[in-house]
Design a binder for this molecule. Structure first.
Ligand code: PLP
Length: 421
């Protein structure tokens, strides 16, 4: 059997595949001794789990035959599409219609569809690229392009903001010089850093997108209006070059695969067709549940009253654990942020290598994510020397004891790597 070029690319190892395999290892039967600080699962907050369970039971009891036992429209169930239209028009004063909405089996698939539609070869040379305006960004974006070198990542400007903190900024000069762009994509608030763009940065990104006549996709997986896991400085906006992506995954339903995109009809129409040709449509029972969570405002209530305060408190608790447990003699810094599902750490030491820590932590039964998976190689713009191999991500969604034990073992690992140097 021979694989096509696309087959080679999609079956190859990637950061996301490594994370998914680590999830499989740490959740396999008999593997309870693993501490998994790598996954992007939301915390199983009781109030959130109970609310989704109740809505799902009601939908399954009352509507199972009419929604689960028949195919539906590729754009999404009208009940959900209409709920999205009403919700976003009321919330943000937009004037969207069903033509501006597509529901899909998670935002990963929606981003994949957009990248397949708007990047790659369009009979022109060179092919249109998927541009990540600031790396590090979500490891899952690297697999969105079917071309081997289809993803371009702009290196960040690194600003040290304190003894133990730092922050990334955009390198807009490098972005403006970037090669042929088919689509721009970023998460805000970002996975892995929790950094949110603001209105001014969005305007500047849109300026570049408009100039290239390419869509800018903003992935709000952690932000406003839900799930509000990380603080967002941006109110979602409408623009003729903007596609906004949302998901229920981080609001508590990662396994049920419901996300949606809102944008100009000229972008959304081909996305609906692609959905028909690939997945047919998203699961319908959960579309009904999603619709009810919007019309009853339950999702808003969970986001603002339960999820946001939970992650703000969790982040503060983990910041304390890091300060207490990581070795004082190691020059570590945490990307500044409020709330969020992750801590993004930079070990500002020449001896540090993210893959060495990842390998060592596996011997200590801890999964972390090596930082390089969030950068594109080679970077566009100037990466400060070695920065992309000096970072790693830990997740805040495990319980506090697990995180504390994991950080204690990471501290041992750092001490070991420093001594071995
Ligand atoms: N976008 C970002 C920024 C993510 O971090 C993730 C998952 O970790 C996804 C999208 C995937 O979301 P979904 O479950 O909706 O496909």
């Amino acid at each position: 059997m021979g694989l096509s070029q696309i087959g080679e690319k999609m079956s190859g190892m990637s950061g996301l595949r490594t994370i998914m395999e680590d999830i499989a290892t740490s959740t396999a039967a008999g593997s309870s001794d693993w501490l998994n600080l790598s996954i992007g699962n939301p915390s199983p907050i009781d109030e959130v789990v109970d609310a989704w369970r109740e809505l799902t039971i009601t939908a399954a009891t009352e509507d199972f035959a009419s929604v689960s036992c028949r195919y539906g429209p590729s754009r999404g169930m009208p009940t959900l599409v209409d709920a999205i239209v009403d919700d976003f028009n009321t919330r943000y004063g937009w004037d969207i219609t069903a033509d501006n909405v597509v529901v899909g089996p998670g935002s990963q698939m929606l981003c994949f569809i957009a990248a397949a539609l708007f990047t790659g070869s369009a009979g022109t040379e060179p092919p249109q690229r998927l541009i990540l305006p600031m790396t590090p960004d979500y490891a899952g974006y690297q697999g969105l392009s079917l071309d081997r070198e289809g993803v371009v990542g702009i290196a960040p400007r690194v600003q040290v903001t304190g003894d133990r903190s730092f922050h990334y900024g955009f390198d807009f000069d490098a972005l403006e010089r970037c090669p042929k762009a088919g689509m721009f994509l970023l998460s805000s608030p970002s996975n892995p850093t929790g950094r949110s763009i603001d209105d001014g940065e969005l305007a500047r990104l849109l300026g570049v997108a408009r100039e290239r006549d390419a869509p800018l996709v903003v992935d709000h997986a952690y932000g406003a209006p839900f799930p509000r896991i990380a603080a967002s400085r941006l109110t979602p906006q409408w623009d003729e070059h903007l596609i906004n992506c949302f998901t229920l995954s981080k609001a508590g339903l990662p396994a049920e695969r419901i996300g949606f995109a809102i944008g100009p009809a000229r972008y959304i129409r081909p996305m609906v067709s692609f959905m028909a040709n690939s997945a047919l449509h998203a699961p319908q029972l959960m579309q009904l549940v999603a619709a009810r969570s919007l019309t009853t405002r339950l999702l808003d209530k969970l986001a603002s009253e339960v999820i946001a305060p939970f992650y703000q408190a969790r982040r503060l608790a983990v910041e304390r654990l890091l300060a207490d447990l990581l070795p004082d003699s190691v020059n570590w810094r945490l990307h500044a942020g409020k709330g969020g599902m992750f801590c993004w750490l930079w070990i500002d030491e020449d001896w540090f290598d993210d893959m060495a820590l990842y390998g060592l932590m596996k011997t200590k039964k801890v999964f972390i994510v090596p930082g390089r998976h969030f950068f594109v190689h080679p970077p566009t713009g100037t990466t400060p020397g070695g920065h992309d191999t000096q970072c790693f991500r830990i997740s805040l969604s495990a319980d506090e004891d697990t995180i504390g034990e994991g950080i204690a073992r990471i501290a041992e690992g750092l001490t070991h790597l420093r001594r071995a140097d």
